[in-house]
Design a protein around this ligand. Structure first.
Ligand code: ADP
Ligand code: MG
Length: 439
């Protein structure tokens, strides 16, 4: 483990980010975020999808200028990309037409480093991260884990002080992710990495507890830091260690705390109040399976989330979105790390397919504003159809095109199950009546 010092490397204070889409009130993505990264520490940023974590990292990397607030690296303001800060992306972001070596060298080219030194440093980074022998391979020839190693090599080769990682393991399978985490922690612990601090975004609680010295809990709508947890367990950490489990439990509790704890922010207990809410793409199969599991023994309608995650062998970044969707739909309630089926959730569990469909439909209309909105628009139109574009544009007043897309996909899946409306992928039209060709 490295020694954490008091020297602040990265300093974000009072950072706000809003998107002004010509509505009365701009969309506030980040609200007065303060974050200090000290030399020698790994800090984790834990929050839901759509809460503004990537936005914050991009601001820290100098890739976007915040609407207001101050961003400093080593006491100097960041106004654009700087060589002290490098980033690893969830999607690897490699150039497919370049070899491993060329992908890694690219960052050094931008720094104006001459070819011989570029070559030498790139080979060293490739070797360090465990890719020796793959210098002339193309990304398509590599597994996901190896591609992400290239992502790491490319970030490390510039010898940054600060490494920013945006959910770097979430696109990898469980075993590959664990291997890469361990390798990275080993290199870090042995002091082999050129970096001094790491700031990583994750929505996996266990990953945060495994890797971080400090964990910041991030709220959504708007994104702000609502809690901080210091993890003082020595490295290497074991997931089986009771104090590890206690910390995971504690974070689950904090992340599902009732709204009065996270006071004065709107929409937290039931985040799906507005049509602009980012929805997670969770299948109705998964939702109903989950309700059934919760209703049956040993849970009988109520479960401790960390225990449930353990029993179902599910990491928190898979479990929490399902639990939160059930909460949004009012089939369950989350509080203090527990999930409890509501009376209607119990009815769903024992209901036949018709009963389930009817309940789902009613809850979609009542609690998922976007579903109700699309339904109303379709109902109002004599043709009972509407192009996807209409809703995509509307959602983009509240969120980026990417989130608008997944949000619409989520609501389409749910609406089909509840027989509320349908969508034709071919014609890109929503319709009130089931579309024969749509499935
Ligand atoms: P996270 O990484 O936590 O999942 P992001 O930082 O990617 O979240 O996004 C936070 C919110 O900001 C989302 O609601 C997203 O749709 C919105 N957002 C991001 N970029 C833009 C943009 N250019 N225009 C409008 N909204 C945006
Ligand atoms: Mg993100």
């Amino acid at each position: 483990m490295q020694t954490v010092t008091d020297q602040t490397l990265l300093d974000l204070s009072d950072v706000c980010q809003h998107y002004d889409k010509g509505r009365d009130t701009p969309l506030v993505v980040l609200d007065k975020v303060d974050l200090r990264l000290r030399r020698g520490e790994i800090v984790g940023l834990l929050g839901r999808s759509g809460s503004g974590k990537s936005t914050l990292l991009r601001i820290a990397a100098g890739l976007i200028r915040p609407s207001s607030g101050r961003v400093q690296c080593n006491g100097r303001p960041i106004t654009g990309p700087v060589s002290e800060v490098a980033m690893v992306f969830q999607s690897f972001a490699l150039f497919p037409w370049l070899t491993v070596l060329e992908n890694v060298e690219l960052g050094l080219e931008a720094l104006g480093i001459e070819p011989a030194a570029r070559h030498k440093r790139s080979l060293a980074a490739i070797q360090l991260i465990g890719l020796r022998g793959f210098e002339s391979a193309y990304p398509r020839e590599l597994s996901g884990g190896m591609r992400q190693r290239v992502g790491f090599a490319r970030a490390l080769v510039v010898h940054p002080q600060i490494l920013l990682m945006d959910e770097p393991f979430s696109a990898l399978d469980v075993l590959t992710a664990e291997t890469l985490r361990t390798d990275l922690l080993d290199l870090w612990g042995e002091g082999q990495l050129p970096i001094k601090s790491i700031l990583m975004v994750t929505h996996n609680i266990e990953e945060a507890v495994l890797m971080c010295d400090r964990i910041l809990i991030f709220s959504s709508n708007p994104g702000r830091v609502i809690g901080e947890i210091t993890v003082s367990l020595p490295q290497p950490r074991s997931r089986q260690d009771p104090s590890f489990r206690r910390l995971v439990d504690d974070i689950y509790t904090r992340m599902t705390a009732r709204s009065d704890v996270r006071s004065n922010t709107r929409n937290e207990l039931f985040p799906g109040t507005g049509i602009g809410t980012v929805l997670p793409q969770i299948s109705t199969n998964l939702l109903s399976g989950f309700i059934e599991a919760l209703a049956s023994a040993p849970y009988a309608g109520r479960a401790d989330l960390p225990a449930l995650a353990e029993a179902l062998q599910m990491p928190s970044d898979e479990l929490l979105p399902i639990a939160e969707t059930l909460q949004l739909l009012r089939f369950a309630e989350l509080a203090e790390g527990d999930i409890t089926l509501s009376e209607r959730g119990q009815r769903f569990a024992v209901g036949d397919p018709q009963v389930r469909q009817q309940l789902f439909r009613e809850h979609l209309i009542s609690y998922v504003a976007l579903a109700a909105h699309i339904h109303r628009v379709l109902d109002d139109r004599p043709s009972h159809v509407a192009p996807a574009l209409r809703f995509q544009e509307e959602l983009q007043d509240y969120m980026s095109a990417k989130f608008a897309d997944t949000t619409l996909k989520a609501v389409i899946g749910w609406a089909r199950y509840g027989n509320l409306f349908d969508y034709d992928e071919q014609t890109e039209m929503f319709a009130l009546e089931p579309v024969p060709s749509a499935r």
